[in-house]
Ligand binder design. Structure first.
Ligand code: IMP
Ligand code: MG
Length: 174
């Protein structure tokens, strides 16, 4: 069963505000948005249109949970960017911060390329699940420890195309 948590209107409103914030923080500069496939795709495409700056984007892929709800605890880069990042304002765009393992891995990886700035934009945050100390610079919504799907987020690759973000009943995934 799917229970609505955030409607597409709420999401659009918040993404608009995040775009405004990024626009003013990087006024007069260029930014490179790096989306983490596949979950951040929808968020990146909406956020990019709310950023009124000279922007480019690129994508990376990391190992995912597969059909499991729990992270294996290890992150692997499956697809890298083709954009050189030295001296660039880089914004990592992620669907959700959960244990923090993915983002802390990516922060380490990309800071080694000497960007001018390295920021994290995450649509959702589950702070209660954190295993490593890491925070988003731009966070859409802080949510409780529930498994959510929709607006890019999946369970076993399904539900990414739902316009709203919904809580997936635990029974559903057994
Ligand atoms: P972390 O490394 O534990 O922070 O995990 C981040 C990744 O886990 C996200 O990019 C999502 O792909 C996935 N994830 C974490 N929580 C959820 C959820 O509630 N629904 C769907 N995917 C999730
Ligand atoms: Mg995912």
């Amino acid at each position: 069963m799917l229970r609505p948590l955030l409607t597409k209107q709420q999401i659009a409103h918040r993404v608009g505000a995040m775009g405004k914030q990024i626009t003013s923080d990087f006024a007069g500069q260029t930014v490179v948005l790096i989306g983490v496939l596949k979950g951040a795709c929808l968020f990146l495409s909406d956020l990019a249109r709310e950023i009124k700056l000279d922007a480019t984007f690129d994508f990376i892929a990391v190992s995912s949970y597969g059909a499991a709800r729990q992270s294996a605890g290890e992150v692997q880069l499956i697809k890298d960017v083709t954009t050189p990042l030295q001296n660039q304002n880089v914004i990592l765009v992620e669907d959700i911060l959960d244990t923090g393992l993915t983002i802390s891995f990516l922060k380490k990886l990309f800071s080694a390329r000497q960007p001018r700035a390295l920021k994290i934009a995450a649509l959702l945050d589950k702070p209660s699940r954190r295993q490593v100390q890491v925070e988003g610079d731009y966070v859409g919504f802080s949510i409780p420890d529930k498994f959510v799907v929709g607006y890019g987020l999946d369970f076993a690759e399904r539900y990414r195309n739902l316009p709203d973000i919904c809580i997936l009943d635990p029974e559903e995934s057994k």
